[in-house]
Design a protein around this ligand. Structure first.
Ligand code: ADP
Ligand code: MG
Length: 513
């Protein structure tokens, strides 16, 4: 296999499944099979004595070694440590993600030769902290992260490529407005985009980082346990391995119900076994409120984009959970259109990321861009200010959500006393007026202000969101040319030293130094 871009790949680092793709010499994106011969790799890590095992083997161990398995680390990005302990040790979620990336890249390298540059995707709804954590996971896995792009944008790019909107001259392409509904294993998001010629513009995006196929599985698990415990004791959920086995049964039953009207869940614990029948309508009743939550977010996002269903040309379904017939029916009902399933829901995101990687490589080599991406921020960026009336802290919004990126906001802070040498700015992301209900990005400390500044000297701080949703900060003292040193101390994020340490550990193939 030949990769048109040297070793740059696109990676869909999913909550439950991940995929990796490259652009071949004909310019078409191709998914790379993993060493097990599959297009998607479970984002699951098994902690063995001195090393880790990733993917299908790790997922299988959920029935026998559940306490040694890390799943859904993506949901915990932004936390300092992953909730579960392995061998008495807790790991940062980005390190667990790095092991998944390493497995994908290693398997891809078998086919492409060395792979060391990648575009990695994130849910559009990810905040700055989680984007940084994803980028760090890439670094720890030994990758140069060319860009972080949004999953729905990647899907739309793959869709655009499939339907020929990406021709270099951009002719004959008419304006297309699409709604991307992405329901994966652990996250849900919905994005309204405009494709005009070769330009991809996000109009609005929203989502839920705690909603996905996993929650549908959970409903089946609860249902099965309810039926089981009516006849037998004890509750299989109290044993992690029994729960792991049951969960796999339920996930399997869920997949069956996408294809047929009824199926059975096998539940066996302490010598008691039961075959529990479940029909599709029953399953849909058990999970209706979850589906309703996605409908609510979908309507809200459409409203935020300023469009109506009649303006939407296509509804794109992405993510494995959109295979559930109830999802297709819902979107049909909401939009009055048949959802587009022309790009594979498992591969579209990785394909779009690969096309993006290929574009970056081509641009570096001097070729004009085949397409451009315009994004919006998914969360309002603010600083913690004091309410002059109540004297209580409140969020001062600098860049409201759904602003086109890159976006910059400047704010003048004033020194409070004469000869003040430093200023502290607390940065948050979120929609609440209460800063404590927002996501804490961190503190920015501006040090070494020039001496002898009078009280109330304005300090000009510019916050800039880059296209990829990452934050840059610039500080100036009004009236001077002094370049000021500032440090952004992040709340829940690895330091450069910690990143190098983990990078060395992961490269060595171990789990500790
Ligand atoms: P993520 O990107 O969040 O990892 P994916 O897009 O890979 O997720 O989707 C994985 C989810 O899709 C899992 O919850 C899985 O159970 C679900 N899924 C996959 N195939 C089917 C199917 N045929 N019917 C219902 N759900 C499915
Ligand atoms: Mg996904």
């Amino acid at each position: 296999m030949t990769n048109a871009n040297g070793e740059a790949v696109g990676i869909d680092l999913g909550t439950t499944y991940s995929a990796i793709a490259f652009v071949d010499e004909t310019g078409r994106p191709q998914t790379l099979n993993n060493a097990e011969g599959e297009k998607v790799t479970p984002s699951v890590v098994l902690f063995e004595e001195s090393q880790v095992v990733v993917g299908k083997e790790a997922l299988k161990a959920i029935a026998t070694d559940a306490p040694r398995i890390a799943q859904c680390a993506k949901r915990e990005l932004g936390h300092r440590l992953f909730g579960k302990t392995f061998g008495g040790k807790q790991y940062p979620p980005e390190v667990i993600q790095a092991w998944v990336l390493q497995k994908l890249v290693r398997d891809a390298s078998q086919q492409l030769g060395g792979v060391n540059r990648a575009v990695i995707t994130v849910p559009a709804y990810f905040d700055e902290v989680r984007r940084k954590a994803t980028q760090d996971a890439g670094l720890i896995a030994g990758l140069e992260v060319l860009d972080i792009i949004n999953e729905p944008t990647a899907a739309a790019i793959a869709f655009g490529a499939e339907h020929g909107f990406l021709r270099a001259d951009g002719t004959s392409s008419k304006l297309q407005r699409i709604l991307v509904y992405d329901l994966g294993g652990g996250t849900f998001d919905v994005t309204v985009m405009e494709i005009h010629g070769s330009e991809f513009t996000t109009l609005a995006t929203d989502g839920d980082v705690q909603l996905g196929g996993f929650d549908w599985d959970q409903r089946l698990v609860n249902y099965a346990v309810e039926r089981f415990t009516k006849a037998h004791e004890p509750d299989p959920r109290q044993d992690a391995n029994a729960l792991g086995r049951l969960w796999r049964e339920c996930e399997d039953a869920k997949r069956s119900l996408s294809a047929r009207e009824k199926t059975f869940i096998g539940c066996e614990y302490r010598g008691n076994a039961m075959r529990i029948e479940i029909t599709r309508p029953q399953f849909q009743d058990l999970t209706r409120d979850l589906l309703d939550r996605t409908a609510f977010t979908t309507r809200q996002t459409l409203r935020a984009s300023g469009l109506q269903w009649a303006d939407i040309d296509r509804v794109l379904l992405i993510g494995g959970s959109t295979r559930m017939p109830a999802v297709r029916d819902l979107l049909h009902q909401l939009s009055g259109k048949h959802p587009d399933v022309s790009v594979s829901p498992d591969e579209a995101v990785a394909h779009g990321a690969a096309l993006r990687a290929s574009l970056i490589c081509a641009q570096a080599a001097g070729t004009p861009p085949a397409f451009t991406i315009k994004n919006v921020n998914s969360h309002s960026l603010g600083v913690v200010a004091t309410d002059p009336e109540t004297k209580r802290p409140r969020t001062g919004v600098l860049i409201p959500r759904n602003t086109k990126l890159p976006a910059e906001a400047r704010r003048l802070f004033k020194t409070q006393k004469a000869n003040q040498r430093s200023i502290l700015v607390q940065i948050v992301e979120g929609e609440s007026a209460d800063p404590n209900a927002c996501s804490q990005i961190g503190r920015c400390v501006v040090r070494n202000l020039p001496p002898d500044l009078p009280a109330a000297t304005p300090i000009d701080i510019a916050f800039r969101y880059e296209e990829n949703g990452r934050l840059q900060i610039r500080v100036r003292v009004a009236g001077t040319k002094a370049k000021l040193h500032h440090e952004l101390t992040r709340e829940n994020s690895l330091t450069p030293e910690e990143i190098s340490m983990w990078r060395a550990i992961v490269q060595k193939g171990g789990r500790s130094l």
